[in-house]
Design a protein around this ligand. Sequence first.
Ligand SMILES: C[S@@+](CC[C@H](N)C(=O)[O-])C[C@H]1O[C@@H](n2cnc3c(N)ncnc32)[C@H](O)[C@@H]1O
Length: 299
Amino acid sequence: MDLVIKDNEDITNYDLNSIRDKIIWGDALKVLKKIPDETFDLVFVDPPYFLQLPNKKLVRWSGTVVDGVNDEWDKFQSFEHYDNFTKSWLKEVKRVLKPKATIWVIGTYHNIHRIGKIMQDLGYWILNDVIWIKTNPVPNFLGVRFTNATETLIWATKEKNVKGYTFNKEYAKEFGIGKVGANVWVLPICSGKERLKDENGKKVHSTQKPIELLKRVILTTTKEGDLILDPMAGTGTTGVVAKALNRHYVMIEKKEEYVNAMVDRFLKPVKVPKTINRSYQRKIHHYLKLSDPYGLSEI
Ligand SMILES: C[S@@+](CC[C@H](N)C(=O)[O-])C[C@H]1O[C@@H](n2cnc3c(N)ncnc32)[C@H](O)[C@@H]1O
């Protein structure tokens, strides 16, 4: 059976059995409308950032060229267009979430505040945000602003007063920093062997997310067997990790090149250990000059 379903106008509805563990190649705004109400246990969305980088070569003081996100999929005419796009997918995602499901949306200062406001206006209830501190951020190129080393993940239910959503507190405590397991995750951006490259050594996708990030999202907020949606899946990191952790997935992506990259990734399954890497977490605490999370002082 094919892993990829190419969406088209002749398809008017998707039944759950036909899309479970599939990649749907198409526009999420159209595809979501064809998916039944209350289908998913978790939705993870890593939408366009609308970075608005200037249309010129950006060179750092050191002389190296900045390889920023300048993709067509990240371009919108104005904030109004971006907000309308955001409202459209958030409305449809709300409909396809099960009553006790939760949603994660990740973004940077460019977009996450707008997204948070729209979520609240649509009735979503924000449970937390998690700040991802990148240990290897892209340095600021001109030295005129702080180096931007964080992304924010909003975690929410579809409305207020939802009881019984999945929260695996033991994982949350292990992944967060300090003895209280605070809502701060410290981990590197996707690099090395994990980063998908084409035959010329160029990154396949400018914003591929690390497996470790999705592992934390999935382990803290889903159970085995749950069904997870990523409607703007890029290289499919969410699905690859979901599969490795015995969850089901539906990936939607509109760009053919990324759909092909996802298929290759699914053909070479990864191992995602559920256990925390204690020595890594200790190094992080050392890096942040916090006390040891396991009560031992030596590194
Ligand atoms: C920030 S990237 C996601 C990266 C992904 N998390 C990963 O690990 O590779 C956003 C993705 O959304 C896709 N996208 C943007 N608008 C879309 C739409 N209307 N329907 C489906 N995909 C869309 C883009 O092609 C892009 O791959």
